[in-house]
Design a protein. Sequence first.
Length: 187
Amino acid sequence: MKKFLLSAVLGLAACGAWAERADSNKPTEIAYDTLDVDDVTQTKTLTGNVVLTRGTLVMHAEKAVVTADPEGYQSVTLTAAPGKLATFRQKRDGGPDLWVEGQAERIDYSERNELVKLFAKAQIRQLEGGALSNEIDSEFISYDSRKEVFIVRNDPSGVNKPGKGRGKLIIAPRKPAAAGAAPAGQP
């Protein structure tokens, strides 16, 4: 069952090129206080300090609900405890110290669509060597990993509403060229 749950949850933090590919071959450990399984509806509900670990992926939530559709595609909803946030953190491919992390009151992942949605107090950060390289903050963030498209809105409904506030995007400057190095295209 742990393998079943992981396949649903792993994609949440994967977000296309973000995830470390080696994580998909690692064993999964899930800690929780209670587990309820309904085989008729193909629903598994884990509650109480849910912590999922697979390789570099670590996810925390008060509750995780995993469902499967008739074709076997899985979806997961991570829900935070009141006043808290559901979180994930995973190493990214491409370097020794690249990470992606995110948080929201609720995080949904659909395996069928490879779509991640973060609702209410949503934030996704990319880190390089411990330093922030990119960050998105808003009330709603959706990431389609197939199309590599973000949709960011100011309301948890996924719709931009006048007067509901503004989001924030931070793009850190790229590292300057090494001293004495010639500009690109010059000897």
